[in-house]
Design a protein around this ligand. Structure first.
Ligand SMILES: [Zn+2]
Length: 526
């Protein structure tokens, strides 16, 4: 591979004996990778950069198996950090506390506000001090698409759900952080991405605050990844207000688009149609099997959604729709089917429970299946058969079916709801086995793996294609940017098992070395 001026100029064989002569003639540098493997760099098809950076710095309760272990972790964190104003945790799995999350269960540990994010980021478990700090009390109404858990008197009991997390908890914590903290979160996230072999991301919850931070980093030449972003929409009961949000996204896109700002741009909008299965908020066509036997709510009425989607489409915006339950997926596909245009590469995010006939429609309608295979890791889904029944588990993460329907697959991680590392993600996609707990041999709908080739392709080219960047990057081709990684530990016969041994030795972006695992590792690279 010959790289010149950041672009791939030649790919193919060069007779070994001609290399010294070419090196001199072209004033170039030859790098012998000593048998390591080169791949296109990864592109995270779905992430939340600011939240990811913040979460890296939060305490982790992901490995806790019950309330006692969570309480011990909180107490240890409190002792280890006497200087901070509030204690932030991530990775709580609802099943470890029987889906119960009361302030009173953690109130006695520390007087400071305590915020515990569920692993999927759709709920936050707060102690009384945290509720107080946010000003949430009996008089706080439930926001549209969200809820505050309450007792029979109407007093909040500690759990904040769905839309209420996005409109109450996140703005509070972001508001409480200093600007310098937030810039650091983003820098931390970008650094982690580059060290894991990524050169680009698709950001799925952009707003003015985050955009402004990214702009300043760009001015300081510290934007170390290329970014295509989807502007987040908040459902209101007023169509005008909803359409005004779409207009704002369109205005932003006019300023930052593929033509005038290909590395830092607005791709479209993001709509959250429902919640998640674990907290019974993903919208299903038939009820959950556990009390109160609800079906989970759709966040948008189909008529409000249709208006928003039609306006976005007519403005040339790409539409990304979070849909996890089969009813939400069905609604999302229906509204996209009604659009007049084709070829906008609209997309559905997550697609965790999809009826077979809807999976078929994805390919037919040219809808991108934006998936995060690491979410199908069977460890963490043990509660699903009881929640939805084994029959509906056959609709879970039907990745192969999406592919067979002809849909373009884009692979991402949804960091920080799941780890951002690429190889474990691809391992789960290819084996449907657990990466979190290799001793767990149960699989959810194990007949839906993608081939290794499909996995690698979807995690680079597929994500590039999903946001119209495939002529710039996403594969190793003459004329494209030299965005690639050098990988250790992958033998020539690539297999799922070797993926777990693989590690990124170097990341190159536009022909520049932007990450090297070890400085001077035997002087091999220079
Ligand atoms: Zn997300």
């Amino acid at each position: 591979m010959v790289v010149n001026d950041g672009v791939i100029e030649y790919l193919g064989d060069i007779p070994h004996e001609r290399i010294p002569e070419l090196e001199v003639a072209n004033n170039s540098r030859v790098i012998d990778l000593k048998g390591r493997t080169v791949f296109p760099s990864f592109i995270d098809g779905h992430t939340h950069l600011l939240q990811f950076g913040a979460s890296i710095l939060k305490f982790d309760v992901n490995r806790c198996r019950n309330l006692d272990e969570i309480r011990t972790t909180i107490a240890e964190a409190a002792r280890s950090a006497p200087e901070i104003n509030r204690l932030l945790f991530r990775g709580w799995r609802q099943s470890t506390t029987d889906r119960l999350a009361l302030a009173s269960m953690i109130d006695d540990i520390d007087p400071r506000p305590i915020f515990v994010d569920s692993h999927d980021l759709h709920s936050t478990w707060c102690n009384t001090a945290a509720l107080k700090e946010m000003g949430i009390d009996r008089n706080t109404p439930d926001p549209v698409g969200g809820s505050i858990s309450r007792n029979e008197k109407g007093d909040p009991t500690g759990l904040v759900n769905e839309g209420a997390v996005i409109t109450l908890v996140w703005p509070h914590l972001i508001g409480a952080a200093s600007r310098e903290d937030k810039l650091d979160w983003i820098r931390t996230a970008m650094k982690s991405y580059r060290a894991s072999g990524y050169t680009g991301i698709i950001e799925m919850a952009m707003d003015e605050g985050v955009w402004e931070l990214l702009e300043s980093l760009r001015e300081m030449s510290q934007l170390d990844l290329w970014i295509a972003a989807h502007w987040i929409m908040f459902p209101t009961e007023n169509d005008e207000e909803n359409l005004a949000q779409v207009q704002q996204a369109a205005n932003m896109r006019a300023k930052y688009n593929l033509d005038n700002s290909p590395d830092f741009r607005i791709a479209g909008i993001k709509i959250i149609c429902d919640g998640v299965v674990d907290s019974c908020t993903a919208a299903l066509s038939k009820p959950y099997l556990v009390p109160p036997h609800s079906t989970g709510d759709l966040n948008w009425t189909s008529s409000a959604l249709q208006k928003v989607v039609a306006k976005a489409d007519s403005e040339g915006l790409q539409i990304a729709m979070h849909a996890i339950g089969d009813a939400a997926t069905n609604q999302a596909i229906n509204v996209l089917e009604n659009l007049e245009t084709t070829g906008r590469r609209h997309r559905i995010e997550h697609l965790e429970l999809t009826r077979p006939e809807d999976a078929e429609r994805l390919g037919r309608l040219g809808i991108t299946a934006s998936i995060q295979p690491v979410h199908s890791d069977p460890s963490g889904l043990e509660a699903w058969p009881a929640l939805i029944g084994t029959e509906r588990c056959d609709w879970a993460f039907t990745h192969k079916r999406f592919h067979d329907s002809g849909a373009q697959i884009a692979i991402g991680t949804d960091a920080p709801t799941a780890p951002h590392q690429p190889f474990p993600n691809l391992y789960v996609a290819n084996t449907r086995s657990s990466v979190r707990d290799p001793s767990n041999h149960w699989k959810i709908n194990g007949c839906e793996p993608l081939s290794l080739h499909q996995c690698f392709s979807a995690a680079s080219w597929g994500s590039a294609f999903s946001c119209f960047a495939e002529s710039i990057t996403g594969s190793l081709e003459v004329g494209k940017r030299a965005d690639f990684i050098v990988v250790d530990g992958l033998s020539e016969d690539l297999s799922a098992q070797t993926l777990l041994l693989a590690s990124v030795a170097q990341t190159w972006m536009c022909g520049q070395l932007v990450f090297q695992r070890q400085a001077n590792s035997e002087g091999v690279f220079d």
